[in-house]
Design a protein around this ligand. Structure first.
Ligand code: GLA
Length: 383
């Protein structure tokens, strides 16, 4: 993660609170494949990246917790005796959520101060929220010697999101941000929360993210709605989750489902299969196969699960005209954010210029391009 950012957050903390803090780096994540499969107890293939949130944290000398969001120049002060979600509280709820969930477990924290900032584009589907939650729980765990394992910490982060933010997310983002490894992606089995790491050699290629810079309204509602559809189909089939379903089983209840719900469930079943297939392809470091799977996954997200939007579809479609790109798809929860692309290193500059212009001409807005590296999960650094 950016060394200047680490130094800046450290300095800001010392200026505000006149003390040397603990510094936590908590990365965002990409996801190679496996979208909306995590809350179906299925499979995903994420990785932590070299962009994220840096948090400086130390004990407070007063009864209050004071949190400074450096990028936004906003402050939150609260007492540990009064921790509850704030309506439209935005970033505040991620922090209050972690503290509130610790308290629910009768895990005692004392007043603390914190400064945080990051280099993840917000709303881009790179999980700035999970990165922030993880940095808080990791920081508090260290500060107050709570002896929580990483597996326990990510469940607290996830609960914060459910209960304080209102998104019934799966475990992928928190897992990837916490457990990420340099140069590796993680094939995560969300039922058992166990991952196999795959070292990926991108050879002449690299990962490029293209941020559509659109973030549609009602994303959270759409997200929760998808989850309800999946739960409904699983219930009809009398199984706990869609993880337990195959295409034949789905056919048996097809007549009891709307076409739209059938397609959504079918997407989840097929997306799980794609994740497993990618695992096999990566054993041979087969980047062509990776590219092909990305296109298939986008097709499913666009036409079956219906979580794409015209801007993302355009960004994916355009890549098909360029042989230097092996594959692309929308990434994350959907309805905006980034596409993930596997592109030849030598083509990055030309393609960036090309897509920036074409996208601007078509939609009247800029797209933003990021190349990312697979990196280590949440950790403490010494400065
Ligand atoms: C969001 C959620 C994740 C996951 C993805 C879609 O990022 O937080 O749990 O469901 O969407 O794959």
């Amino acid at each position: 993660m950016n060394p200047n950012l680490k130094r800046y957050i450290n300095t800001q903390y010392q200026e505000k609170f006149n003390e040397k803090p603990i510094i936590v780096c908590s990365p965002g994540r990409i996801n190679l494949i496996g979208e909306h499969t995590d809350y179906n107890e299925g499979f995903v293939f994420p990785a932590a990246i070299d962009k994220g949130i840096v948090t400086a944290i130390e004990k407070s000398q007063t009864e209050l917790c004071t949190i400074y969001a450096s990028d936004l120049d906003e402050i939150l002060s609260f007492s540990l005796g009064d921790v509850q979600p704030i309506p439209n509280g935005n970033w505040r709820n991620f922090i209050l959520g972690v503290v509130g969930e610790l308290q629910k477990l009768h895990i005692e924290v004392k007043p603390f101060n914190m400064v945080f900032g990051g280099d993840l584009p917000k709303g881009a589907g790179l999980s700035s929220s999970a990165a922030l939650e993880n940095s808080v729980v990791y920081g508090l765990n260290t500060l107050f010697n709570l002896k929580l394992s990483k597996s326990q910490m990510i469940l607290i982060s996830q609960k914060a999101e459910h209960n304080y933010v209102g998104v019934r997310c799966g475990i992928m983002d928190q897992y990837a941000s916490m457990f990420g490894e340099e140069d590796h992606a993680l094939l995560l089995d969300c039922r058992y929360q166990k991952a196999t790491s795959y070292k990926i050699d991108f050879k002449d290629y690299e990962l490029m993210l293209i941020n559509s810079n659109v973030s549609h309204n009602l994303v959270d509602a759409e997200y929760n709605d998808r989850r309800l559809v999946c739960e409904h189909v699983a219930k009809l089939l009398n199984v706990p989750f869609l993880r337990d379903v195959n295409e034949d089983m789905l056919l048996q209840v097809k007549s009891q489902l709307s076409e739209s719900d059938y397609q959504k469930a079918l997407y989840v079943v097929q997306e799980n299969q794609r994740v497993i297939e990618l695992g096999k392809a990566l054993e041979n470091n087969d980047l062509q196969a990776l590219g092909g799977l990305l296109y298939k996954a986008h097709h499913g997200a666009q036409h079956q699960f219906k979580i794409s939007c015209k801007e993302l579809d355009f960004l994916v479609e355009e890549t098909k005209k360029h042989s230097e790109i092996l594959g692309a798809r929308m990434m994350g929860g959907g309805f905006g954010g980034c596409t993930i692309n596997i592109i030849k290193k030598s083509a990055v500059t030309d393609y960036s210029n090309h897509i920036s212009k074409t996208y601007q001409d078509t939609f009247g807005i800029n797209c933003t391009i990021h190349t990312v590296k697979l990196s280590q999960g949440t950790h403490i650094i010494e400065l």
